[in-house]
Design a protein around this ligand. Structure first.
Ligand code: NAD
Length: 513
């Protein structure tokens, strides 16, 4: 199949996804047949689309002729037989294997033998959908994201029998539809729905052990550049939908404990607290915005002796900030690059950039109980106020040190928020696990590094891709956080990816950390 706007596209299923796919195919110039098993659904979808596009035309975002041309290219049909000229079928029907298989079997008798059969499934194996067809090589996944006209990512999913040329043709076609395609192997959750699991799971784990409340976790995640915190995002997606994706990835992986769903979320689902759509999830809706600002920290008490420990860009940056904080005083500032930890020592008290160890663990080897850890700062520069950053103080620390920790973080430009003394705090733990999942996906050939980066940035709006974070943070540091999580929780969830383990070992021998 060569991608040409002259090729007729058949979209089956005129629901939320099918209508969007029909729209973008028509806008790219294709004649589009639209079919739905429910009588009248295809015409209704076209009518709704006309309204939406006319609204955009009224705002000057489209011309009236664009609207008419697009609509005129979409032809609702009442029988699949009418679509025999289709060169590409995109299926967006109910998410059931039997229904999708039956549809493609029927279509084999309708369209030409070299027409491509694409499925928009978000969770079913493309290999399984192709099973039993006469020409399984032409079945491919074309996984769009909702809302289709706005979301740029398309996962082009190859099953075991998908012809490489078919996947390539669909990839190129998606580009002509102004999408950004990435190749994926048919495995549970494909790329985005798999790699994103820890974003929700780590937050749910923190909530379960009462390490922080939803608002605090969300503030830390948005402080790290995520557009939404995991709690508000789950409320938006709907806990029923989010829980069912997690469950399907868990089941499809033969109940690998790594993907085990959360009791916290199941309770919300069982209670009908589904998020925005039901009026309550983690938050009540309509939500009262503007969370109360944190109380200002105590003034910084300038110590006599300060040592900045560690090497690398975070340590360098911290050194500059400490210098600035101590300017004009008579404190003596030293640098110790070979300590094995990054952070500050102020008259013996330690403020340590998390390496996964809780503060109580670090305090065991420290000469003082005045020990605190702070989270991985992904955003250093204030955009609208100081970025929120989690910290935890060792329980036996002095009252004075407990008050000085947020003061130091404020001096570094952060709004410190206290959380429980838990491994990897909020952001480091979440990002490390996202990287770990992405590393497994790459090792298992689900996607390549670029594919994972693009997919996570465009599919779920992450501020950076997992391998961007890995490059900036270093494999040793990521592996250290995951190992500490594994030590603390002892379970399959925190199994270090062999790919990452190898990278961490290699970087110890002098390669980029
Ligand atoms: P939807 O319920 O809005 O629409 C499905 C449509 O398919 C309905 O109009 C229904 O009448 C029709 N239909 C059902 N069985 C049919 C059949 N055998 N033949 C023809 N038409 C049939 O669902 P949706 O949200 O648009 O999802 C469609 C597909 O896209 C599913 O596979 C889903 O997993 C996938 N998907 C959904 C999203 C999302 O966010 N909604 C995102 C990515 C992928």
């Amino acid at each position: 199949m060569n991608a040409s706007p002259a090729d007729t596209v058949l979209v089956v299923g005129a629901g939320i996804m099918g209508a969007g796919i029909a729209q973008i195919a028509a806008q790219a110039g294709h004649p589009v047949f639209l079919f739905d098993a429910r009588a009248g659904a295809a015409s209704e979808a076209r009518g709704k689309l006309r309204e939406t596009l006319s609204g955009l035309a009224a705002k000057g975002k489209l011309s009236t002729s664009d609207v008419e041309e697009t609509i005129s290219r979409i032809e609702p049909i009442t029988s699949l037989q009418a679509a025999s000229t289709a060169r590409l079928v995109v299926e967006a029907i109910v998410e059931r294997l039997d229904a999708k298989r039956a549809l493609f079997r029927e279509l084999e008798d309708v369209v030409a033998t070299d027409a491509v059969l694409a499925t928009n499934t978000s969770s079913i194996s493309v290999t399984a959908i192709a099973n039993g067809l006469r020409h399984p090589g032409r079945v491919v996944g074309m996984h769009f994201f909702n809302p289709v006209p706005l979301m740029r990512l398309v996962e082009v999913v190859s099953g075991l029998q998908t012809d490489a040329a078919v996947a390539e043709a669909v990839f190129e076609l998606a580009r002509t539809w102004r999408k950004v395609p990435v190749h994926a192997k048919s495995t549970p959750g494909f790329i985005v729905n798999r790699i994103a699991r820890p974003f929700y799971a780590e937050t749910l784990a923190l909530l379960q052990e009462q390490a922080a409340d939803p608002e605090t976790v969300d503030r830390c995640l948005t402080g790290a550049g995520f557009r939404m915190g995991a709690c508000e995002l789950m409320d938006l997606i709907g806990h029923d939908t989010n829980f069912s994706v997690t469950q399907s990835v868990y089941e499809a992986n033969f109940f690998d404990k790594r993907f085990v769903p959360s009791l916290v979320q199941r309770e919300l689902v069982d209670g009908g607290l589904l998020g925005r759509k039901s009026g309550r999830g983690f938050y009540a809706y309509p939500r009262t915005l503007t969370p109360a600002p944190s109380a200002p920290p105590a003034p910084l008490v300038k110590p006599k002796f300060v040592t900045l420990h560690g090497s690398g860009s975070d340590a360098d940056r911290l050194f500059g900030l400490v210098e600035r904080a101590l300017a004009g005083g008579d404190a003596r500032l030293a640098r110790e690059a070979r300590s094995g930890w990054t952070g500050l020592e102020a008259d013996g008290a330690r403020l340590v950039l998390t390496d996964g160890r809780p503060a109580f663990e670090i305090a065991r080897d420290a000469p003082t109980p005045d020990v605190a850890v702070f989270d991985l700062p992904l955003v250093w520069d204030a955009i609208s106020g100081p970025p929120v950053l989690a910290y935890a103080v060792h329980v036996s620390s002095s009252t004075g040190w407990k008050a000085q920790v947020p003061a130091w973080l404020a001096a570094f430009g952060f709004d410190g928020v206290a959380v429980a003394d838990t491994p990897g705090l909020v952001v480091a733990r979440t990002v490390a696990m996202l990287i770990n999942e992405a590393a497994d996906a790459v090792q298992q050939g689900v996607c390549n590094r670029d594919g994972a980066n693009v997919a996570m940035k465009l599919g779920v709006n992450y501020p950076a891709g997992p391998f961007d974070w890995l490059d900036a943070w270093g494999a040793r540091n990521v592996a250290s956080v995951i190992r500490e999580l594994d030590v603390a929780y002892r379970g399959e969830r925190y199994r270090l990816s062999p790919w990452l383990r190898c990278r961490a070992a290699t970087s110890r021998q002098g390669a980029q950390a």
